[in-house]
Design a protein around this ligand. Sequence first.
Ligand code: C5P
Length: 405
Amino acid sequence: MDLKGKKIVLGLSGGVACYKAAELCRALAREGATVHVVMTEAASHFITAVTMQALSGNPVFTDQWDARVANNMAHIDLTRGADAVLIAPCSADFMRKLAHGVCDDLLSTLCLARPHLVPLLIAPAMNVEMWQNLATQRNAKQLRADGVRILGPAAGEQACGEVGLGRMLEPLDLLDELVASFQLKVLAGKRVLITAGPTFEAIDPVRGITNLSSGKMGYAIARAAREAGADVQLVSGPTALATPHGVRRTNVQSAQQMHDAVMAQLKGQHVFIGVAAVADWRVVNASDQKMKKQDGAIPTLEFAQNADILADVAATTSISGWPYCVGFAAESENLLDYGATKREKKGIPLLVGNIGHHTFGQDDNEIILFDESGHTVLPRADKLTLARQLISEIAKRLEQRSLLK
Ligand code: C5P
């Protein structure tokens, strides 16, 4: 329920992407938002007000001269107390209106009449040539300068059959962008590198050794860091999870590949968070061909120690002071003792301990933060909530570091 208590005005202008606005409306309501839908006349050619009313659970406004509004001031009332106005889809013509302060229908008038602290977000949706047209780009530039957040557009195949930039972002990506817009930008301008998920050490081309890490905590941290304004790069072992919106992801399998991918991307990072459950050993006598089951013969595997990615990254900080390194520990007992010792052994400023060892694959968690001044417990919560708290704890420590310099 990421939008609980939020009042969102969802505006639809004319475009075929109106069909996606139905799903967006549903997603907003599911996250706890109160949604008031306002449609332009053009939008009502693509989707009916009845659909949007059913999905939002509120009356839909399409007309500036709506007899249901006793004071005839829907253009004022709708944005008073609103937390955001989101126009999705936003047509090229509606961008023009916003950029020039045109107010000739209910939606454009309420955008102009909204209190200046109510954020306006738009999700452009149009043909690639319309988007790239200099007039539209001029309007986009003006809107950015006016503080309007432009979400997307995405590139791809368009309803008209042409291919390129201009597709409206998918409803769930728009939902994530809206949720993110309410988070404090405590990592704005920072670059964050995160490892997540399990690793997979091959025995032969079809067999291998892995572990029960689902990647959920690492992915939640990647999302939270992006919400906080960071540029986020995720290096992930094999998982079934979707990449958080706006996060770049490199896929790897083995610990060695994860190590190489991290080292290749380390330059310029401000924060490194090692969340992955990295295999401690790899099989040195792995077979190039599938091993055959022969009568009674049992293969013997030989192991070698994998490099410790976190310790290697931490070792590089002695030169530049960056990145700020955060590690994870999943101890099954005596976490308080082991946590503090492990932090020192790894040579990192912050270590996160999972309380209990049954966190793998779960949706919630309970963690302890160990730093040079002791430990802090973050009580049980879902992984995204904890991830957001962890990101704000990291931001606090970065702030303290820069004050000390
Ligand atoms: O030493 P241990 O495996 O318990 O430490 C866990 C922490 O170290 C995690 O942050 C994990 O991502 C990281 N790690 C690593 N490379 C390894 C082993 C662990 O980065 N080879």
